[in-house]
Design a protein around this ligand. Structure first.
Ligand code: SF4
Length: 344
């Protein structure tokens, strides 16, 4: 309930004492044929990631980085090429629709080949250590939360400004020059291909934040390693039943826990737990206890701002605000678990 303990590398990148991960991945030379099969591209990727891991580990452990020369084709270019091929059989999230998004709007999220953003702003409403955060609110979502506060954006994936990656990279450069602490991709998963292209064109050194429900596929987390500096990550439900009832998503716990554990191995995390009314024992408590056991060195943000937006009126049990008693009990649950770095 004090200063962030586990965001050291994030702050060093923000202060330009360290390069953002993409600055390293974008300089690792790789040879590949863009027309090769996706299996061949993955083989090269997985092999080159060993080099990438070693370099990032050395740079981040010893704090020394003297730069790397430009290269014709980089590991980041390879990630862009793989994401582009994945779009033809989309498995960016664990819904694994398997549709060709280059042929139309065919998957559950209704995001096609083009990505759109609803807005890009200097956001002062994120965690205090992240502001001002250059938030890019992407249109569409792979979840269908009945209480979604951004439902106008998440349920209208074909509204908004079509993203030209080069233009958005220039905006990111500009926002950084204006004082943004980071770039913060909000609801990123169905836009993985676009975001990698954007990042590949950013000139400035800036921390990359993946602001996500953590339902991305195992293939996507492989692409994100060496690119994302901080996961700003929701852990909403403590069981699959609540996830299915309120977000229409299956196999939630297995996927999200896997993705948190993987992210934990490679980078830093702010875990957001939005406390839902009446869900302290089935959701908040198991999430807190699992976190304390499996990924204890995260910044844990216990959030009380639940508001019954969108269709919450159809679900009487969550059609209300939290009570004071529920807030106090949630804090108690976190204290008892012994988490070291908690923001309330
Ligand atoms: S990102 Fe969209 S199309 Fe792709 S698997 Fe997920 S829901 Fe389906």
């Amino acid at each position: 309930m004090g200063y962030p303990k586990f965001l050291n590398n994030y702050f060093k990148v923000e202060n330009c004492e360290l390069p953002a991960r993409f600055k390293i991945t974008g300089r690792i030379p790789v040879e590949f044929d863009p027309d090769a099969s996706i299996e061949e591209l993955w083989d090269i990727h997985d092999s080159e990631m060993e080099t990438c891991r070693t370099i990032i580990n050395d740079v981040y452990s010893y704090g020394c980085y003297s730069g790397m020369p430009q290269t014709d084709l980089s590991l980041l270019d390879l990630k862009v090429a793989i994401a582009d091929k994945m779009l033809e059989n989309c498995n960016f999230c664990e819904r694994r629709c398997g549709v060709n998004r280059k042929e139309g709007i065919l998957g559950y999220c209704r995001v096609g080949e083009l990505s759109r953003y609803a807005s890009e702003i200097m956001h002062r409403g994120e965690e205090p250590e992240l502001v001002p955060s250059h938030a890019i609110f992407l249109a569409g979502c792979v979840f269908s939360c009945v209480y979604c506060q951004n439902w106008d954006i998440s349920t209208h994936p074909t509204n908004g400004t079509v993203i030209d990656p080069g233009n958005v990279a220039e905006i990111i450069d500009l926002r950084r020059a204006q004082g943004a602490s980071n770039v913060n991709f909000v609801t990123p998963t169905p836009h993985t291909h676009t975001i990698l292209k954007i990042i590949n064109e950013i000139s400035v050194n800036t921390p990359v934040i993946w602001n996500s429900n953590m339902y991305h596929s195992s293939e996507v987390w492989k692409l994100l390693e060496g690119v994302v500096d901080l996961y700003l990550a929701d852990f909403r439900y403590g069981n699959d039943g609540c996830a299915e009832a309120y977000s229409n998503v299956k196999d939630y716990l297995r996927v999200v826990q896997r993705n948190f554990e993987t992210a934990y191995q490679h980078t830093e995390i702010i875990l957001r737990q939005l406390v839902l009314p009446g869900h302290l024992e089935c959701c908040t408590r198991p999430i807190v206890e699992w976190t304390a056991t499996h990924i204890p060195k995260v910044r844990f943000n216990l959030m009380f701002q639940y508001t019954p937006h969108y269709k919450a009126g159809e679900y009487m049990e969550i059609n209300r605000y939290l009570t004071l008693n529920e807030r106090e009990r949630a804090v108690q649950i976190v204290r008892e678990a012994g988490l070291e770095d908690v923001l309330v």
